[in-house]
Ligand binder design. Structure first.
Ligand SMILES: [Zn+2]
Length: 221
């Protein structure tokens, strides 16, 4: 399995996708009408989820896209204003056909795509770790999970009481998604790099700025 990670590691071929690139099997469509619009993975995923008439995930048209992950991933596309039956690919992104998670795809590395949960589920034999994940949990694993769960319970109780939060916050979908993303990131890095929470967690100002820019973007779209 490749250890390359998007955006974090350099690769042989990390220039933005161009049709003339022979090394990259990036979805072609450089002359997109969306190049002037700021698209993000999150905004595309949201559009795919909420506007199924205009947005869809279609197979990567590149003949070089033969890796197993392309059974799970495709390219996001948007219907054109002139002809709603005609779809234009949003270049530089790939989306999971199942959960619609969308990633920037600028270096033609499928390493990160293979780490995506739906890829792992679709090909459990791809790596020993992936197949291990699909084995029934051993007693030891269950014991370890119970121990960790106890730790998390105490941390949640401390957080809710100490910061005077609602008890229901522990069932919040956004909190669960954020923690799951952190667990996935932890698995991606394994023991190679120690990632600190400050490396990942945005500041409140960043979140506010991101929300505002996405609200503007959703109005434009
Ligand atoms: Zn998925």
């Amino acid at each position: 399995m490749s250890k390359e990670r998007p955006s974090l590691s350099s690769s042989l071929c990390h220039t933005p996708p161009r049709p003339s690139s022979s090394l990259c099997h990036t979805p072609p469509l450089p002359s997109s009408p969306f190049s002037s619009t700021v698209l993000t993975s999150a905004s595309i995923k949201r559009s795919l989820m909420t506007d199924k008439n205009r947005y869809r995930v279609q197979p990567n048209p590149s003949k070089r896209a033969t890796a197993a992950c392309w059974k799970v991933f495709g390219v996001p596309a948007m219907s054109t204003d002139d002809d709603p039956t005609k779809y234009e690919i949003l270049p530089g992104f790939v989306s999971c056909k199942t959960c619609l998670d969308t990633y920037k795809y600028i270096d033609s590395s499928t390493g990160n795509l293979n780490n995506h949960r739906c890829c792992r589920e679709s090909s459990p034999d791809q790596s020993s770790i992936a197949s291990f994940l699909h084995l029934p949990r051993s007693t030891n694993s269950n014991k370890l999970i119970s121990k960790r769960k106890e730790e998390i319970k105490q941390l949640c109780a401390k957080w809710v009481a100490g910061s005077m939060r609602s008890f229901q916050i522990v069932t919040d979908r956004g909190l669960k998604d954020s923690i799951q993303a952190c667990l996935d990131i932890g698995r991606e890095f394994r023991s190679e790099t120690r990632v600190h929470v400050e490396d990942l967690l945005p500041s409140d100002r960043t979140v506010i700025g991101w929300r505002i820019s996405n609200e503007i973007l959703s109005k434009r779209l």
